[in-house]
Ligand binder design. Structure first.
Ligand code: HXC
Length: 254
């Protein structure tokens, strides 16, 4: 990844920070974005211990003008963009009948709209520069499997999966831009695990229902992300890789 510039939205914690660290270890120039300056700076200090260079962009993916600024700051810092990881997400467990309009909009705006704003801003930069790049989106298996309490997130992630496939076809055909997705299961040390697991007992019960009897790690997700952005994945386009220890196949496991 030497010489490559990779933007990771929501890069100051969880899977985003693990991906940014992995890319920096592989020699990449990394741009991490997030809403909180303090968290960004902490992550920057941690990632700076690796080989690659890192800059931070404080922004909210819900604001289209922030996405445009993100691209400008990445180009100002490193002169090029090679990949975008749309990792920023928002989620909380809430029964569909209790979800407020603001709650619905908050998650749809972060996950679905934010992914589009960032993808379009980076895509327009590549198209204008005659450059090629790669986009990686984070979805969730409940986008197609379903699950209670996540109607906002599942609807948004299903949209992101449709966006992944649509852009893979449209921008792949016209510009050679690759767009892929990862569907993580429950990953330890992430905002998702914090928000979606009601208690330690619920976590233990869930682990027992997963064929591998454990949650995934942010580092394992980072390894798959690094592969999907590497030359070894040059012919992978429009794909969605599930990494959930076999959880979504549990009916065949029992
Ligand atoms: C019901 C809730 C709520 C909850 C917020 N809301 N939390 N409603 N139950 N637990 C409602 C609020 O009451 C408000 O509506 C509206 O949502 C917006 O809330 P705010 O706090 O004002 O929004 P904001 O500060 O913008 O925060 C957005 C957020 C927050 C999504 C609510 O959780 C956040 O910033 N999350 C970012 C990190 C994150 O969620 N990471 C996990 C991603 S995991 P009202 O009507 O009261 O105004 C993931 C995939 C996991 O996505 C897959 C695992 C398998």
């Amino acid at each position: 990844m030497k010489g490559q510039t990779i933007i990771v939205t929501g890069g100051s914690s969880g899977m985003g920070k693990a991906m940014a660290s992995r890319f920096a270890q592989a020699g990449a120039q990394v741009v991490i974005t997030g809403r909180t300056q303090e968290k960004l700076k902490e992550a920057q200090q941690e990632i700076e211990t690796f080989e690659g260079q890192i800059v931070t962009v404080q922004m909210d993916v819900r604001q289209p003008q922030d996405a445009v600024r993100m691209v400008q700051e990445a180009v100002d810092a490193f002169g090029r963009i090679d990949a975008l990881v749309n990792n920023a997400a928002g989620n909380f467990l809430c029964a569909a009948e209790d979800l407020s309009v603001n709650g619905w909009n908050a998650v749809i705006n972060i996950v679905l709209n934010g992914t589009f704003y960032c993808s379009q801003a980076v895509g327009k930069h590549w198209i204008a520069a005659g450059a090629k790049g790669s986009i990686l989106n984070m979805v969730a298996t409940y986008a197609w499997d379903a699950g209670p309490g996540v109607i906002h997130s599942a609807s948004a992630k299903a949209g992101v999966l449709a966006m992944t496939r649509t852009l893979a076809v449209e921008w792949g055909h016209k510009y050679g831009i690759r767009v892929n997705a990862i569907a993580p299961g429950m990953i330890e040390r992430t905002g998702g695990a914090e928000r979606l697991l009601a208690s330690p007992d619920a976590a233990e019960e869930l682990k027992q229902s997963i064929p591998l009897h454990r949650f995934g790690t942010p580092e394992e997700i980072a390894g798959l992300a690094a592969f999907l952005l590497s030359p070894d994945a040059a012919y992978i386009n429009g794909a969605c890789y599930t990494m959930d220890g076999g959880q979504s196949l549990h009916q065949t496991f029992l």
